[in-house]
Write a protein that binds this ligand. Structure first.
Ligand code: NDP
Length: 446
C-alpha cells in the first residue's frame, strides 16, 4: 500500500461513492469511505426512493375514485399521512442497512464523519488524520435555497419526507423535476398546491408538447400555477407564511417548498488545500475520466454537475474504480441517457427533442400518438397520453422518444434500448404490436 492508510478514500457514501468503493474493493483495493450523514446518499435517503413511494401512495387517491367505474364500492376513503410517512421512512432505514452491509461485505472501512482535505493525499476525518493514494470526491449536491429575507421559513426536499402533518396549502417554488413531482403528490393528498416559477414554462428542457400536456392535466386536477414570478421575501405570520413576490399581490400559504435546483456540495471540503479546481458552475471540474486537475483526485456524481441522475453517478463511480483499480479502463457514455419526471401523469424522455434534432440533423420526421389510455376511458377520466418519436429523415433512425401518460417511465426504459442501439423507424414498424397495451403505440405510429 506504499505507506498510505488506504489505496482509495471516498468522500461521500451516496450512489456514486458506494459503487466506486465496492468495485475498487472488489479489485483488491483497501478502501475507506467517509459519510457524515447516512449511507445511501440523496437517492436512497431523501430523493428518488422515498419520492417514488410517495408517488405510489398518492396515486391511490385517483385509483380509489376510478375503482367505482370498475365495479368496486369503496365506502370510506381516508388518508393517514403518518402511516405512509412512517412506512416510507422504515423502508429507507431498511435500504440504509443494506448499504451498510454492502460496505461491510466488501471490507470497506466506514468513517461516520466529515472528511476535509489537509493536502492532496491527507484528510482530516472527524479529527483523525487519514492518508490515501487515491481520493474520490462524491459528496453530491443539496437543494438550493435562494438568498432572500425569510427564505429559511421554506423547507426543501430534505425535510419534505418528515412532515409532522400535511399542510392545507402548499406553495412550491420552481418548475422543474422536484416541483412537478411534489405538486402531483401533494395535490393527490388533498393539499391546495400552487407552483410558482420564475420563467414562463415548467420543465424547460423537455419537449413543449409534453410540457403543455402536463400543465393542462395538472390544471384540471386543481394544481395552481404562477409563471414569470420572482420571490422577494417570505414573512412568517400567525396563520402561516406570506410570500411576497416582485410581481402582484402576496400569497398566503401554510408551507413553502424550495425546488429551484440543486448545487454541488463543494464547500468545507478543503478543496483549496488539495489544489482541486472548480468549473464556472461551481462544480468540481473533471475530464471524461472523472479526473480533477490533481493527479490522484477524482470526482463523480452531482458534485461534478454533469447530469444530476443517480444511474449516472453510479456509472461514473464504477468506471473510475474499474479504470484505476481494475486495469479495465472505460468511460461513461452520456449519449441517450433516459430520464423521467414522476409527475402525475409521469413523463419519460430519451434522445433528442424535436427542436434539438432539427438543429442538429436538419431534416427530421416526427410521429405522434395522442390517445386516451383504455383504463382512463372506462374510468371516465379525461386524460390523454402523448407519445412522440423523432426520426432522422436521412437515415430513418429513431433519435428521440418522448412520452407522457400512465407508466411512461416504464415504457420509456424499454424504448431507450432500441434508440441507444440505433434502430430505424422501419424496424419499429416491423415489430408486431402487443395488444392491448399503451406501448403498442410505439410500433403503430404511421
Ligand atoms: P430543476 O433544474 O429540474 O428545475 C429548477 C427549477 O427552478 C426551474 O424551473 C428553474 O426555472 C427554477 N430556478 C432555478 N434557479 C432558480 C432561482 N435562483 N430562483 C427561482 N427559480 C429558480 O431542479 P430541481 O430542483 O427540480 O431538480 C434538480 C435536479 O435533480 C434535476 O435537474 C434532475 O437532474 C435531478 N432530479 C431528478 C429526478 C428524476 O430523475 N425523476 C427527480 C428530482 C430531481 P427556469 O424555468 O427558469 O429554468
Amino acid at each position: 500500500m506504499s505507506g498510505y492508510d488506504h489505496d482509495l478514500f471516498v468522500i461521500g457514501a451516496g450512489s456514486g461513492g458506494v459503487r466506486a468503493s465496492r468495485i475498487a474493493a472488489g479489485h483488491g483495493a483497501n478502501v475507506g469511505v467517509a459519510e457524515e450523514f447516512r449511507v445511501g446518499g440523496t437517492c436512497v435517503i431523501r430523493g428518488c426512493v422515498p419520492k417514488k413511494l410517495l408517488v405510489y401512495g398518492a396515486h391511490f387517491a385517483e385509483d380509489l375514485v376510478d375503482a367505482k367505474r370498475f365495479g368496486w364500492q369503496i365506502d370510506s376513503r381516508q388518508f393517514a399521512w403518518p402511516v405512509l410517512r412512517d412506512n416510507v421512512l422504515a423502508e429507507v432505514d431498511r435500504l440504509n442497512g443494506i448499504y451498510h452491509e454492502t460496505l461491510e461485505n466488501h471490507k470497506v472501512k466506514l468513517y461516520p464523519s466529515r472528511a476535509t482535505f489537509i493536502d492532496a493525499h491527507t484528510l482530516d476525518v472527524g479529527g483523525e488524520r487519514v492518508t490515501a493514494r487515491h481520493i474520490l470526491v462524491a459528496t453530491g449536491a443539496r437543494p438550493l435555497v435562494p438568498d432572500l429575507p425569510g427564505a429559511e421559513f421554506g423547507i426543501t426536499s430534505n425535510e419534505v419526507f418528515h412532515l409532522e402533518a400535511l399542510p392545507k396549502r402548499l406553495v412550491i417554488a420552481g418548475g422543474g423535476y422536484i416541483a412537478n413531482e411534489f405538486a402531483g403528490v401533494f395535490n393527490e393528498f388533498g393539499v391546495d398546491v400552487t407552483l410558482i416559477n420564475r420563467s414562463a414554462d415548467i420543465l424547460r428542457s423537455w419537449d413543449p408538447a409534453l410540457r403543455d400536456r402536463l400543465l393542462q392535466i395538472s390544471l384540471a386536477k386543481g394544481i395552481n400555477f404562477k409563471f414569470n414570478c420572482s420571490f422577494e421575501r417570505i414573512e412568517k405570520t400567525d396563520a402561516g407564511l406570506r410570500i411576497h413576490l416582485k410581481e402582484g399581490d402576496p400569497i398566503e400559504t401554510d408551507m413553502l417548498l424550495w425546488a429551484v435546483g440543486r448545487r454541488p456540495n463543494v464547500e468545507g471540503l478543503g478543496l483549496d488545500a488539495a489544489g482541486v479546481a472548480l468549473n464556472e458552475m461551481g462544480a468540481i471540474a473533471v475530464n471524461e475520466d472523472s479526473a480533477t486537475n490533481v493527479d490522484n483526485i477524482h470526482a463523480v456524481g452531482d458534485v461534478t454537475d454533469r447530469i444530476q441522475l443517480t444511474p449516472i453517478a453510479i456509472r461514473e463511480g464504477h468506471a473510475f474504480a474499474d479504470s484505476i483499480f481494475g486495469n479495465k479502463p472505460w468511460r461513461v457514455d452520456y449519449n441517450c441517457v433516459p430520464s423521467a419526471v414522476f409527475s402525475n401523469p409521469p413523463l419519460g424522455s430519451v434522445g433528442m427533442t424535436e427542436a434539438q434534432a432539427r438543429n442538429k440533423l436538419g431534416q427530421v420526421k416526427v410521429f405522434t400518438s395522442d390517445f386516451r389510455p383504455m383504463r382512463n376511458v372506462l374510468a371516465g377520466r379525461n386524460e390523454r397520453a402523448l407519445y412522440k418519436l423523432i426520426v432522422d429523415a436521412s437515415t430513418d433512425r429513431v433519435v428521440g422518444a418522448h412520452m407522457i401518460g400512465p407508466d411512461a417511465p416504464e415504457v420509456l426504459q424499454a424504448v431507450a434500448i432500441a434508440i441507444k442501439a440505433g434502430l430505424t423507424k422501419a424496424q419499429f414498424d416491423d415489430t408486431v404490436a402487443l395488444h392491448p397495451t399503451m406501448s403498442e403505440e410505439l410500433v403503430l405510429m404511421r
